[in-house]
Design a protein around this ligand. Sequence first.
Ligand SMILES: CC(C)(COP(=O)(O)OP(=O)(O)OC[C@H]1O[C@@H](n2cnc3c(N)ncnc32)[C@H](O)[C@@H]1OP(=O)(O)O)[C@@H](O)C(=O)NCCC(=O)NCCS
Length: 251
Amino acid sequence: MGMQDSINIKRTHIEVWSIYPDKFAEEFVLKACEKTLDLTEFARYRRFKFQQDRHLFACAHLLLRHTLSRYHNTGPSEWQFEYNQHGRPKLIKHELSGKLQFNLSHTKGKAVVAVGNTQLLGVDVESLARSTNPKLAKRFFTHNEKNDLFGLPNGKNRQQRFLELWTLKEAYIKANGFGLALSLREFSIRGSGRHIYIQFERPWKDTTKNWHFCLSKCEQGFVVAVASKFLLHPPSVTFHEFQLTQVANFN
Ligand SMILES: CC(C)(COP(=O)(O)OP(=O)(O)OC[C@H]1O[C@@H](n2cnc3c(N)ncnc32)[C@H](O)[C@@H]1OP(=O)(O)O)[C@@H](O)C(=O)NCCC(=O)NCCS
């Protein structure tokens, strides 16, 4: 991909980049962090008690910075972020602030970054092995979602649908940056495949119009959901793995 001054992604396109922390040696990642992360990120990196959590965080933030640099000739260490009251990061002091949307998600074994020239964008990743149960469904899902879920023929289908619903709902909340200000029970995600849509259970300061939802294929034991708001066209979404060769300049 060529470098240029303006944004380097099509208006109707979203790219989702993944990293699997187990493929990266800890020492290699630490060196990269020292070169790339800002003081706030590095302080967070050092606060993790468990090596596995620290390594996941480091890989996720390196992925974020290197991914953003694919779309503009700004170096991975040069990006600056600011956080809203719910913790959602956005770009500041940059010509792409407010134009290039991104969102990050991580879970044990995988981190993802979605990038797009959209109005709003959220992403969520979960392991398919994550334990789910009807109690959790009752607590977090709406009447309609529970009906869809419990109408499925077997446990395996239900497990997958549970995690699809969960990640889609999280991706929507993350796209808006609401955090916990909007409860998961106040909106429903319905449909499947190319026809996933949102319904609100009570009047809410958003409309269902222009929202698009997409799920990755459930590969390598994970599901990834993307929620985006586009004013003009529905987006196309592609999934990619971040390669070790892309970080050759870490050393
Ligand atoms: C924080 C929240 C945005 C997502 O949390 P999560 O699923 O644990 O975390 P993810 O890995 O998907 O995303 C974390 C990343 O999203 C970004 N983020 C943080 N707050 C955000 C927000 N309010 N909106 C969008 N993105 C946010 C950050 O980049 C963060 O990465 P970092 O912590 O390494 O800086 C929030 O939606 C949340 O806590 N949701 C839980 C809602 C709920 O009711 N869950 C069931 C009960 S446990």
